[in-house]
Design a protein around this ligand. Structure first.
Ligand code: PLP
Length: 438
């Protein structure tokens, strides 16, 4: 029985406006990446679109034995309701994992979240009233922009370059907001191999970020899903690990991470390290969101992390992404030459690129889909005037040989995109956009 014959969101009847959806839903778009994921399921498509971890990194055997052990030995705990802030065994392991990255949280500083995405949502709910300002880097993680839009935040951007977010621009944003009578509540940064830019924030900029946070009393949330996935160079400790060097900053800094990219996104487990007053509010907020994250996956993850298998596998996971990182860069040079400029990320999953010759990446995407490959046009990652010549290419999901084929397809798509509508200079692009609108 179909309860809703011929009724979809576009049909007449009790659709759209008649429901009186909340104002926060107004103007919030479906994520282009989530929409592209559906297309990526089609046979023969090579996706450089999503940040989906390569299945070769999944430790199926290790997770299976952890799950079996949990269900055999502790079924009553793993299948029962749990604590909102997380299962103690998992918090213990997550504190250990975070400590291995250079920060040293106590177990009670941690709140387990349903993916790090819920951590971003929690922070938005805790801090943002409609119209409050959130500072992000340009370009920024799309799903964070979506979350801030749902919170009805006013998003302000600072620039970014090869050394990550230009944190020295934050003061000007704060001053402008104060002059306009606005309150800046949150600074959101992805400091390691940012999504989408691939850039890594230097230690000096991390320290400056903390100094700004304390001086201006604005909370900094570092989102760190990719820090363990370093392919080249030396690691920089998380922003929160530098708090001892900036007196008072520990109260203005939170650290968010996830098991999605190093274990498996299907677990839907992330965690956030927060100062006590913020943590208390976060727990109350999470109670109302989902009571707690899945006890079953938390117990399985705790057992898995305790087994030591992750540490043993990390070098091979890093090697797999290093190989793909290099393969994509080599394919771009080989097949696209002067038609593209791109960064060389030191790790993570994404390569950020700009098309020369005035190509519009959204236009190229249409042809690329016909050729059998997809990527994400960079414009999806801007909350202000986008640079439409940019694109994000993920090297995480496809194997090295597939990456090469995908870039050949991209090259053919460029051949077919005769339509060169934009000036690839971002400033000029902004002007071109204004011209087109007027
Ligand atoms: C910067 C960033 N933050 C958060 C997430 C969400 O990850 P999770 O699966 O933990 O919700 C992603 C996923 O791609 C990401 O790139």
């Amino acid at each position: 029985m179909n309860y809703y014959p011929q009724m979809d969101s576009r049909s007449s009847g009790a659709a759209g406006a008649e429901y009186g959806f909340s104002s926060r839903m107004r103007g919030v778009q479906s994520s282009l990446i989530r929409d592209l994921l559906k297309f990526a399921q089609r046979p023969g498509i090579i996706s450089l679109a999503g940040g989906l971890p390569s299945p070769v990194t999944f430790d199926v055997e290790g997770l299976r034995s952890a799950a079996e052990e949990v269900l055999a030995r502790e079924p009553a705990r793993a299948l029962q309701y749990g604590l909102t802030d997380g299962q103690p065994a998992l918090k213990h392991q997550l504190a250990r994992l975070t400590t291995s990255r250079g920060a040293a949280p106590a177990e009670e500083d941690i709140v387990v979240t349903t993916g790090s995405q819920q951590g971003i949502d929690l922070m938005a709910r805790l801090f943002i009233d409609p119209g409050d300002v959130v500072v992000v880097e340009r370009p920024a993680y799309l799903a964070a922009l979506q979350t801030f839009a749902l919170a009805q935040a006013s998003v302000r951007c600072i620039g970014s370059d090869a050394n990550g977010a230009r944190v020295e621009e934050i003061d000007a944003v704060l001053d402008a907001a104060a002059a306009a009578g606005e309150t800046v509540k949150l600074i959101y940064v992805v400091a390691n191999f940012a999504n989408p830019s691939g850039a890594t924030l230097t230690r000096e900029r991390r320290l400056r970020l903390l100094r700004t946070a304390v001086a201006r009393k604005v909370f900094v949330l570092e989102d760190d899903p990719y820090g363990e996935l370093r392919s080249f160079g030396t690691s920089v400790v998380p922003v929160i690990a530098l708090c001892p060097e900036v007196p008072g900053s520990a109260h203005w800094c939170g650290y968010l991470s996830t098991l999605s990219k190093i274990v498996a996104p299907g677990l839907r487990l992330g965690w956030v390290v927060l100062p006590p007053a913020v943590r208390e509010q976060a727990v109350i907020c999470k109670q109302g969101m989902d009571l707690h994250s899945s006890t079953l996956t938390q117990e399985v993850a705790a057992k898995y992390l305790a087994s030591g298998r992750l540490e043993a596998r990390l070098p091979s996971i890093q090697a797999a992404y290093r190989e793909r990182n290099e393969a994509l860069a080599a394919a771009l040079t080989r097949h696209l030459g002067q038609r593209i400029v791109f960064n060389r990320p030191e790790g993570g999953m994404f390569l950020w690129a700009r098309l020369n010759e005035g190509f519009d990446a959204s236009d190229v995407l249409r042809h690329a889909m016909e050729e059998g490959m997809i990527f994400v046009p960079g414009s999806a990652f801007y909350s202000d005037a986008p640079d439409r010549s940019t694109l994000r290419l993920s090297f995480a999901t496809a194997a090295p040989a597939e990456l090469d084929v995908a870039v050949q397809r991209l090259s053919r798509a460029l051949d077919r995109s005769a339509h060169r509508t934009i000036d690839s200079n971002p400033e000029a692009d902004g002007k071109a956009l204004k011209r087109r609108r007027s």
